[in-house]
Design a protein around this ligand. Structure first.
Ligand code: T5A
Length: 197
């Protein structure tokens, strides 16, 4: 029987470089012979993901509790699939996961314990890699401002919320460094839960 695949969550504020690093990590793990899949949350292709996408583009107004529940429901839609993949020995690299759900809703003033409750029962990440890029750095990156939450004032509150959520198990990386430097640090961190030949 294959040994269980790892669950690696990459977290951070908007434009901190998560998608860049998640894609590089998946490629490096696959190159090393580790079966790996990438999952991006929110997944905008599902029925729920399409509503989230419209909301983020300013096309569907939703109150803060409702959108929190939809982000969480979007993750629940992948629970069974993620568990199957892990059981089959596939490592999953998650571009955002439950801590994004908490940090963004905390930044909008929701109660953290209420927010946490909606994700209870989802698979636990074996590793959280947090890409630490101050909002003013991320704001200078291309495409910033295109979606609802991409403004420096809200991002500062998200940044503060992530700081509150961090514990000793997280690997916190300086994401203001060039992407290739961050990628080296991400790969080192990943080896806490994935063995490379
Ligand atoms: N959200 C999400 C919630 O509120 N609750 C939830 O539960 C979840 C899951 C969309 C929004 O939804 C919110 C958070 C978001 O506001 P998203 O689709 O992940 O979530 O949107 P973004 O975080 O904006 O994702 P992006 O793909 O836009 O940003 P990334 O992935 O952080 O950054 P990336 O890699 O795409 O890079 C952005 C730009 O910066 C450059 C890249 O080339 C690119 O141009 N770049 C760098 N430049 C300099 N130095 C580096 N180290 C760089 N790394 C990347």
């Amino acid at each position: 029987m294959a040994s269980r695949g790892a669950l690696i969550a990459i977290e951070g504020c908007d434009r901190s470089g998560k998608s860049t690093q998640a894609a590089l990590l998946v490629q490096r793990l696959r190159d090393a012979g580790v079966p790996t899949e990438l999952v991006k949350f929110p997944d905008r292709t599902t029925v729920i993901g399409k509503i989230i996408d419209r909301h983020l583009k300013g096309d569907a107004e939703l109150d803060d509790h409702s959108i929190h529940l939809l982000f969480s429901a979007n993750r629940w839609g992948f629970k069974a699939w993620m568990e199957r993949q892990q059981r089959a020995g596939v490592t999953l690299v998650l571009d955002r996961y439950v801590h994004s759900g908490l940090a963004y809703s905390m930044a909008r003033g929701l109660d953290v314990e209420w927010c946490r409750a909606t994700d209870i029962g989802l698979p636990h990440p074996d590793l959280v890699i947090y890409l630490d890029a101050p909002p003013t750095v991320a704001a200078g990156r291309s495409g910033y401002g295109a979606e609802l939450y991409e403004n420096v004032e809200l991002q500062q509150r998200v940044y503060n919320a992530f700081a509150e959520l961090q514990d000793a198990s997280w690997v916190v990386l300086d994401a203001s460094l060039p992407p290739e430097n961050v990628a080296k640090d991400v790969l080192v961190a990943a080896q806490r839960c994935v063995s490379l030949p």
